[in-house]
Ligand binder design. Structure first.
Ligand code: ADP
Ligand code: ASP
Ligand code: MG
Length: 439
């Protein structure tokens, strides 16, 4: 049994949905298929929610009606028979009437999450109906019954494990089990989600819970590239990554994977394969437990980083200083990505500025605080262990012309990170590609 996750572009048109249907029904293996919303839909649902927050029902209705027309058009392309087209059209009208009903209620973040969930609910229903029309042995399972988060908004893995095993045992004998990516219930039983791009996380959670032979993430590119293909030219796919390497690339900005989705797969030891729906026979990227010494794999960049520097002559030789600093970040549930210390100060970075003002005010008790916003962490991933002499020098070489604010090396044997200004991001990524992969 394997998990196959298809992202927004992979189910973005009726034609693409048909290709996915072909991919998942071409053999007799049992599959759990996790689907995203059709591309653009979640963004539109976010926009609709924006109008509803602003108490503009007309703006919301205009978008809802436009989206409905788009979906109705898809049914004409997707279904061959009147029976399934009608059944799906009826379902869609009910869905869009439901969305319209939010223009008449008091709108809060709770309603917003319900609205955001509809994209995946629609795509999975459409696909299930299509597979049934094609005569496939398939069932739709609601992710709202399987995926749950705890009070810290983290996946509740023991609940997910029990639920997925029970639901599979209660519904034996199907070839294709379809479910929604991204959506879940939270610790209070409300509809919630695993944040943007969260369908990858759903796939990895289910694959880990059921210890499947593999988790396949099907997307619109032939695997993890050695640099961001949206920014750098001539990037190439990396054929294999260790779980840790993939986790670091995802966390540090490689958009092809949700930032934390690799963790459950790593703990369960289930390999993850990144594959291309547009070119299904391409080998893609395999993520597993094997580590190739002596290679640098890839570069990624994480935007919107805030750098905080605390300077204090009192820090000199004072034990307990760092504990006090860390406690402030803990109180505000803000995690630190990079950290560098000297005898007179400490610089650190955060990617969540929700409590920046409070944090800065508290830090001022211990020193002079300065803040730099719009920074970027550029992360080089591969064999960067200390005994692999020369790779960190090679990475640093790329920065000959670029001002670097912080460097973090030695925290793990897989990565070296550099903090640069936003305006230097593109030339930094290009310089790293030129130095590490083309020289
Ligand atoms: P999906 O909708 O299938 O989840 P995403 O848009 O989330 O797809 O992720 C795929 C996109 O990630 C690619 O089209 C590519 O532009 C982008 N991307 C960013 N960094 C990388 C990288 N290092 N390797 C591959 N793709 C990357
Ligand atoms: N549909 C959601 C999003 O656009 C989840 C996903 O595609 O992974 O973020
Ligand atoms: Mg994605």
């Amino acid at each position: 049994m394997k998990v196959m996750k298809f992202g927004g572009t992979s189910v973005g048109t009726a034609e693409r949905m048909k290709s996915v249907a072909q991919l998942i029904s071409c053999d007799m293996d049992t599959k759990i298929v996790v689907l995203s919303a059709m591309s653009g839909t979640t963004n539109t649902l976010v926009e609709i929610s924006g109008y509803l927050y602003k108490k503009n029902p007309e703006g919301a209705n205009t978008l809802i009606n436009k989206l409905e027309q788009k979906y109705i058009a898809h049914t004409f392309e997707l279904y061959k028979t009147e029976e399934w087209r009608k059944a799906t059209t009826k379902f869609l009208h009910e869905e869009f009437d439901y969305l319209r009903s939010f223009t008449k209620v008091h709108f809060t973040s709770f309603e917003e999450k319900v609205i955001l969930a509809q994209g995946e609910i629609i795509s999975t229903n459409m696909m299930t109906n299509y597979l049934k029309e094609c005569g496939e042995n398939t069932i739709l399972l609601s992710a709202l019954d399987i995926i749950r988060t705890d009070k810290n908004a983290e996946p509740d893995f023991s609940y997910i494990s029990n639920k997925s095993q029970n639901i599979m045992a209660e519904n034996p004998g199907y070839k294709i089990y379809i479910t929604q990516g991204f959506i879940c219930r939270n610790a209070y039983g409300e509809i919630d989600n695993l944040l943007r791009g969260g369908s990858d996380y759903t796939a990895c959670l289910i694959g880990a819970a059921l210890k499947t032979e593999e988790i396949q993430i099907w997307t619109d590119i032939d695997g993890m590239h050695n640099n961001d293909p949206r920014i750098v030219e001539n990037t190439v796919p990396v054929r294999q990554l260790h779980f840790e390497e993939a986790a670091e690339l995802a966390y540090f900005g490689a958009k092809i994977l949700h930032p934390t989705c690799i963790q459950p797969a790593k703990f369960a030891g289930v390999p993850v394969r990144l594959l291309n729906t547009m070119d299904p026979t391409a080998p893609g990227t395999l993520i597993n437990n094997s580590f190739q010494p002596g290679t640098i794999k890839a570069v990624a960049a994480k935007d919107d980083i805030v750098c905080i520097q605390i300077e204090s002559s009192r820090m000199l030789l004072a034990h307990g200083f760092l504990r006090k600093v860390f406690e402030i970040f803990e109180i505000y549930k803000t995690s630190i990505d990079m950290i560098c210390t000297s005898e007179v100060g400490v610089s650190l970075t955060i990617d969540n500025a929700a409590h920046l003002n409070e944090i800065v005010e508290e830090l001022k008790k211990y020193g002079t605080v300065s803040v730099e916003k719009e920074m970027v962490i550029v992360c080089v991933v591969g064999d960067l262990s200390a005994n692999n002499i020369g790779f960190e020098t090679m990475a640093s070489e790329a920065f000959r012309q670029i001002p670097v604010r912080m460097i973090s090396y030695g925290g793990s044997r897989h990565n070296i990170s550099f903090l640069v200004q936003k305006e230097d991001k593109k030339r930094t990524l290009q310089a790293l590609s030129d130095t590490l992969f083309h020289s």
